[in-house]
Design a binder for this molecule. Structure first.
Ligand code: SAH
Ligand code: SF4
Ligand code: F3S
Length: 440
């Protein structure tokens, strides 16, 4: 009987991609994914530490797993990922979750096999590297759906936005060689993957420090030249160095989707400065107008933090004004969460929780109205949809995404999964579009 593993992933696509590597390493070692009925031999939590709520959820899960360890003393409980890299977290984990057998960080994932062997011979292992090492290529990976694949183009982040833990837990910015990326993407297309998602915390600074002399726009153009039926997306872009050259690379491409996710974080220049974002609202709004001008029909989404220390009513009014002016297709909104070790955590003038909550609700209401208005403009249009499979709630309904990254639900045969099809949009809601296949 092969050993069974259960892998729980928290956080962003970076972690999703790392989990594919974890699964890859485990499957080479002979482990297989557990389903409900199986006895589980190994539980791994691949963790995120971007906000306190996520950290609390993970500690909640570790608490639950105490009972599991009691009933299955031979099973291994492991913690990997960003939370493991957080300064001071090992003490907290040893105190609150001493039943964890293995802790490894984001920089030594490739050592999983050796660390597991040590745990299996009875040792309790904590191995977290303070600094990133060289990029390790050619690690095995179990790719999710067969339709969409994540491809790292760079690791780490050098931006040090004052609220953000990521630079501390993911290390300094490092770009992969363009040849490695092109080879990987080409291989995935040959294997039938239809959507390639390029990953980095700040993809626009791709290429810094490489001898290849290539930037993100150049990489996009090169990937767009590959043969096959596929789409390219990328996450995440920082507005400060999102150049017009990148916008033009998207405009002139066949395969790169017309979706721009450009986190603005706040609409007030005073707050943006304290967040260390290196752009102001005027530059941001100008960038979005350029995007809309050069790539007609593009969708634009953003991230916004509510309640950054010192944010007053006038600052928040600037954020509301910005979202009314920019009319984003969607905004991912977060309540500010202080992260120990970041400069913002030392700022005074915390916004009272009640104000944060109220402002968040105002922001979400306004954005939901705008999202719905924009989606309504799509009713009656025919859009290209990449079918991802049956919808979660109804297997007869298919779910897919437009090039602009909107979810479309429609009736159709399951064989369409993985295909690009035209769908007529019949009804728009805030987060989803409903549609139907055109009559034959
Ligand atoms: N590299 C990406 C962001 C990764 S974190 C980028 O710069 O776009 C994803 C989002 O989480 C951020 O855009 C921000 O809106 C939010 N976030 C990060 N740190 C946060 C914190 N301390 N409190 C609340 N939200 C935070
Ligand atoms: Fe965090 Fe800023 Fe880096 Fe994004 S760009 S990961 S928000 S420090
Ligand atoms: Fe979380 Fe790490 Fe991503 S902190 S958001 S999983 S890079």
């Amino acid at each position: 009987m092969p050993k069974k593993y259960l892998l729980l992933t928290y956080g962003c696509q970076m972690n999703e991609r790392d989990s594919e590597t974890i699964a890859g390493i485990l499957e080479v070692l002979g482990y297989r994914p557990a389903d409900n009925k199986d006895d589980v031999d190994l539980v791994i939590l691949n963790t995120c530490s971007v906000r306190q709520t996520t950290e609390n959820r993970i500690f909640g899960k570790l608490g639950e797993l105490k009972q599991f360890k009691r009933l299955n003393p031979d099973a291994v409980l492991a913690v990997s990922g960003c939370m493991a890299q957080q300064p001071g977290i090992l003490d907290k984990m040893n105190r609150l979750a001493p039943h964890v057998d293995l802790v490894l960080g984001t920089h030594n994932l490739h050592r999983l096999q050796e660390l597991l062997a040590r745990v299996n011979s009875g040792e309790k292992v904590r191995e977290v590297w303070e600094h990133e090492g060289e990029i390790v290529e050619e690690l095995p990976a179990v790719r999710g759906s067969g339709i969409r694949a994540y491809v790292n183009i760079m690791y780490g982040c050098d931006n040090f936005c004052s609220y953000c833990i990521v630079p501390y837990v993911r290390g300094r910015e490092r770009s992969r060689d363009p040849e490695e990326i092109v080879r990987e993407v080409d291989g995935l297309i040959q294997r039938g993957f239809k959507e390639i998602m390029l990953l980095g915390q700040n993809v626009n600074s791709y290429g810094k420090g490489l001898c290849a002399g290539i930037g993100f726009a150049g990489l996009l153009r090169e990937l767009d030249g590959l043969e096959g039926e596929f789409r390219i997306r990328y996450m995440t872009s920082h507005p400060k160095d999102f150049s017009l050259d990148i916008v033009d690379a998207v405009a002139g491409s066949r395969h790169i989707c017309e979706h721009f996710h450009l986190p603005v974080q706040a609409g007030s220049n005073r707050v943006l400065k304290r967040m260390n974002r290196h752009y102001n609202r005027e530059a941001y709004m100008d960038l979005i107008s350029q995007v809309r001008e050069r790539v007609p029909g593009a969708s634009v989404t953003t991230d916004i933090i509510v309640g950054f220390p010192g944010e007053d009513e006038a600052d928040f009014a600037d954020t509301m004004d910005l979202i009314e002016k920019m009319r984003f297709d969607a905004a991912y909104t977060f309540v500010y969460s202080p992260r120990a070790g970041t400069p913002a955590a030392r700022l005074e003038d915390a916004v009272p929780p009640k104000d944060k909550k109220e402002n968040l609700a105002r922001l979400m209401n306004a954005q939901n109205r705008i999202s719905l208005e924009l989606n309504r403009e799509l009713e009656g249009k025919t859009l290209e949809v990449l079918v991802e499979g049956g919808s979660r709630t109804n297997p007869k309904t298919l779910s897919g995404r437009t090039r602009t990254n909107k979810i479309v639900l429609f009736e159709g045969p399951p064989e369409l999964a993985g295909r690009l099809v035209d769908v007529i949009i019949t009804e728009a809601r805030t987060w989803t579009l409903f549609g139907s296949l055109p009559p034959k």
